[in-house]
Design a protein around this ligand. Structure first.
Ligand code: SAM
Length: 426
């Protein structure tokens, strides 16, 4: 048959010597010029910058030869990741970024207690990868990026993916995904007790339990969640979800106990904090719910936000709130588990209540890489998934019996806001 003949035709090995897509280069260069003019103009917005960035990435992929792409994947990016992580642990980026003056490896080694010869090799690679500036032999200056690595919510991602301790961190689950999938016959990871993370760490814990059992994994993960969300368009931003019309109008708190917004699994409270900063005059309770381990870690949060311990597998204690909000919660769990979480919320909702789900809606065509990366990461860590529009409808409407009132999407790759109500409401 034509298809099997085509499949069995050997690939000509000489393709290794050719750029991946040289024919595309002139078009990409033209796109870069056009997009560059828009992005760099005084009116250029973040969407224009992101479009230019995508063209720049496409240029690299097209110009590279397969060998170069392979080396980048197998050696270059992961060793840079290790060197950057080591620099965070040892305080290299903090010292290098203390001012913009060039610093010698000897001075950085003395300040961080690292062996000079080892540090010199690591910094050479980090500079070769473009993450710090080389100003002379064994002398470097920081970049905006290397300075940013000292900010806890940014550094925490590196820490939780390389540690805690000598566990190998969450990155280990990315390496074991291939052998785990082979073992399970290349089927979708869906076991919560025998998934890839349990395979990687030989544990019965789920990811959250494992992180908290390996301190400071839980704390670093919570910071990482803050770093992931930081600076991204948020559902309460102008032009995203009409907060005034859909949430605030029509909410008349008859009594003091009336809740406006309950953030279920809200981590350290960054979403509620952002909401309160944006809408400081709102009436009604703002309730943060998470596990004891997480709530206990909060040191500073606006006093209007109530910090409460709640297990979302148990009865929802706040009844009839205007909105129950969940950000990056359902993507942590397979559908059958999500149905238990949703049932507890549904039972607490009143006729005017909304369920707001802040999650990726993966596009059928042209999905953005940050969302697709998260999808595979979810499979590797929690046997769970990011969902398409059809998946959401199956889970929320057919499965949990809600009515989806609207899906508010700001941009491809930015988590949408899915508004649901009880089927009998509105
Ligand atoms: C992926 S994080 C998302 C956190 C936050 N909503 C955000 O977007 O940054 C999932 C959160 O669910 C919380 N969680 C896990 N199991 C829980 C449970 N049984 N009850 C309540 N929260 C839970 C975790 O502690 C964590 O804060």
């Amino acid at each position: 048959m034509a298809t099997s003949a085509a499949a069995s035709k050997p690939i000509d090995p000489s393709i290794i010597l050719h750029p991946n897509d040289i024919a595309a280069v002139p078009g990409i260069l033209g796109e870069i010029v056009t997009r560059g003019v828009t992005a760099l103009s005084p009116t250029g917005d973040d969407a224009a910058r992101l479009a230019l960035l995508e063209s720049a990435r496409a240029l690299v992929r097209a110009l590279e030869k397969p060998r170069e792409t392979m080396i980048r994947h197998c050696w270059a990016d992961n060793t840079a990741f290790a060197a950057l992580s080591m620099g965070i642990e040892a305080g290299v980026w903090a010292h290098l970024g203390s001012d913009d003056e060039p610093k010698s490896v000897a001075a950085i080694a003395a300040a961080t207690n690292m062996e000079e010869a080892w540090l010199a090799r690591l910094l050479k690679h980090v500079a070769a990868m473009g993450y710090i500036h080389e100003t002379g032999h064994d002398e470097y200056r920081p970049t905006n990026f290397s300075k940013a690595l000292t900010i806890p919510i940014l550094g925490a991602g590196y820490r939780v993916f390389t540690g805690p301790g000598n566990t190998g961190g969450l990155s280990k689950c990315v390496s074991t995904l291939v052998s785990y999938s082979k073992k399970t016959g290349y089927t979708t990871p869906n076991s919560m007790s025998d998934g890839n993370l349990q395979f990687a760490f030989d544990t019965k814990y789920n990811m959250f339990e494992w992180l908290h059992a390996n301190p400071p994994g839980g704390e670093q993960f919570n910071l990482h969640m803050g770093g992931y969300a930081h600076g991204r368009p948020r559902w309460m931003d102008d032009g995203f979800y009409p907060v005034q019309e859909r949430l605030l109008d029509g909410f008349v708190p008859a009594e003091e106990s009336a809740a406006l917004l309950v953030d279920i699994g809200g981590s350290m409270g960054h979403d509620l904090d952002g909401f309160l900063k944006k809408f400081p005059e709102v009436k009604g309770r703002l309730v943060l719910q998470d596990t004891e381990a997480v709530i206990g870690q909060i040191t500073a949060l606006d006093s209007r936000i109530e910090r409460t311990v709640h297990d979302f597998f148990k009865e929802q204690p706040v009844k009839g709130a205007r909105a129950y909000y969940m950000h990056s919660i359902l993507h942590d769990w397979p559908d059958d588990v999500c149905l238990s979480i949703l049932a507890n919320i549904k039972a607490a909702m009143g006729p005017g209540s909304r369920l707001l789900i802040n999650e990726n809606v993966i596009q059928d065509i042209g999905a953005q890489w940050e969302a697709t990366a998260l999808d595979v990461m979810m499979a590797s860590l929690l046997s769970s998934r990011e969902r398409t529009r059809v998946d959401w409808s199956r889970l929320l409407e057919e499965g949990a019996g809600f009515k989806i009132n609207g899906v508010y999407t700001f941009a491809n790759g930015v988590e949408s806001l899915i508004e649901c109500v009880l089927p009998e409401a509105e």
